[in-house]
Design a protein around this ligand. Structure first.
Ligand SMILES: Nc1ncnc2c1ncn2[C@@H]1O[C@H](COP(=O)(O)OP(=O)(O)OP(=O)(O)O)[C@@H](O)[C@H]1O
Ligand SMILES: [Mg+2]
Length: 425
């Protein structure tokens, strides 16, 4: 799930000018970017955003520190290597730089001229494909002046994407656009980034589009800082999941309620678990990449949750659910409790919260065999279908607990290793 960083920046500083006139504009920047993630870089004018982007985009040479892009070190790199790196990047700028004398389609095709394997026909086909993706296929034959600002920016995006870049770097792509078209442009960037698994580095002053970001960085006087937003969002998602669980009625629910709950629950878990694994892994990408993959696989298992839950009401209709009610209720209640504790521990990063989550989840994990055995005893006479469905539920529940236990252990280690670090990144 979480591969190594696509762009890894460490100890990066940069100055303009020479000798006594030198002005340092970036100070010891350390940051990594990952495939599929959208990072928004904000900050006051002159803070160094464009400088950072041009260094990471191999458009300017690295003076001190290191930038690795897809494994290639940019510091002291030769011009052939820099050209190769630049081809992995799609650039989108505020001024969309379209060529007026060419059609929209030709403007996109330009980006393919460096590719020796592209023929006129294949590049036209590819350009039209991208224009279709950005919703402009029917404008392909027009000139840039016949398009609106937002449409032109979408052409610039198509051009940036036509070579399937690994990274998109966008410097204020919405600055010249009204609210609605600005929104459209970033939504499109997000959609394409997810689909094509590229990283997006988006510089903007526009705080109406912050919600599309996975991460928000601020660059002020050459110092970079990451906001807690991603973590906060995760905690909110946890809370939302907990809200769904608290809708669970006190009594054994009707089949309809159960079905509704299970859909929401598994949707929530499915969205949450890989992201959690991803986020935790990003704090120490190398050591955690493998574990993260395993977690993502267990999220796949949990995808079966929905199905298993849906079987229960059917089974219940044909048997007496006494005892099963209690079991389901207590499983859901304790998961609710664990999720709350996990959300609190993630929020506080207090050693004590993390430690208590470790203990709690371990305890719940150990209880699995007991609960299974007790249930099997009580339900000797239930229908086999009912027993199986409930046992499925129990094991799904414990998969969640098991997962939370990993998160907790990881969090605890992390806090112990870096007590002063308040946020990921
Ligand atoms: N080519 C250059 N030569 C000298 N100084 C430069 C050059 N480019 C930028 N600077 C200076 O470096 C600092 C950072 O500039 P940069 O363009 O990176 O800021 P920015 O965050 O992109 O600002 P804005 O939001 O206004 O685009 C500024 O003080 C700027 O004056
Ligand atoms: Mg700038």
């Amino acid at each position: 799930m979480s591969p190594p960083a696509l762009i890894s920046i460490s100890g990066l500083s940069h100055s303009y000018g020479e000798g006594s006139l030198a002005k340092q504009v970036l100070h010891n920047i350390n940051i990594d970017f990952y495939p599929g993630e959208i990072a928004i870089i904000m900050g006051p004018s002159g803070g160094g955003k464009t400088t950072l982007l041009s260094l990471a985009g191999a458009l300017r040479s690295v003076q001190s520190g290191s930038i690795r892009l897809d494994g290639a070190e940019l510091r002291n790199a030769g011009s052939r290597m820099l050209t190769r790196v630049r081809r992995k990047i799609g650039f989108v700028f505020q001024a969309h730089n379209l060529v007026e004398s060419l059609t929209i389609c030709e403007n996109v095709q330009i980006a393919l001229t460096v590719d020796p394997s592209a023929t006129a026909q294949s590049s036209r086909r590819r350009a039209l494909e991208l224009l279709t993706r950005v919703g402009l296929a029917e404008h392909a034959h027009k000139r840039p002046r016949e398009l609106s600002g937002g449409q032109k920016q979408r052409v610039a995006i198509a051009r940036a994407l036509v070579r399937s870049p690994q990274v998109i770097m966008a410097d204020e792509p919405t600055a010249a656009l009204d609210r609605a078209s600005g929104r459209e442009v970033v939504e499109l960037l997000r959609h394409l980034a997810r689909e094509m698994r590229c990283a997006v580095l988006l510089v903007t002053h526009d705080n109406r589009i912050l919600d599309v970001a996975d991460r928000i960085l601020s660059l002020e006087d050459g110092y970079i800082e990451e906001s807690n937003l991603a973590l906060d969002r995760l905690v909110d998602d946890f809370a939302a999941l907990v809200d769904h669980l608290s809708l669970y009625p006190e009594r054994f629910p009707s089949p309809e309620q159960l079905a509704g709950l299970s859909v929401e629950f598994s949707k929530g878990l499915n969205a949450l678990l890989p992201r959690l694994a991803d986020m935790v892994a990003r704090r120490q990408p190398d050591a955690l990449a493998t574990r993260s993959q395993r977690w993502a696989a267990s999220a796949d298992d949990i995808r079966n949750l929905e199905e298993s839950l849906l079987q229960i009401p059917k089974a219940v209709a044909g048997s007496s659910p006494a005892g099963g009610e209690d079991l389901c209720d207590s499983a859901v209640q304790s998961l609710d409790f664990l999720l709350r504790t996990a959300a609190a521990a993630l929020r506080s990063r207090a050693p004590r919260d993390a430690a208590s989550l470790v203990t709690l989840t371990l305890h719940h994990s150990n209880a699995q065999q007991d609960i299974r055995a007790r249930f099997e005893d009580q339900h000797e006479r239930s229908t086999e279908e009912f027993r199986n469905a409930t046992l499925d539920l129990i094991s799904l529940y414990f998969r969640c607990v098991y997962f939370l236990h990993h998160i907790a252990s990881r969090l605890k280690e992390d806090i112990t290793a870096a007590p002063a670090q308040a946020a990921p990144g």
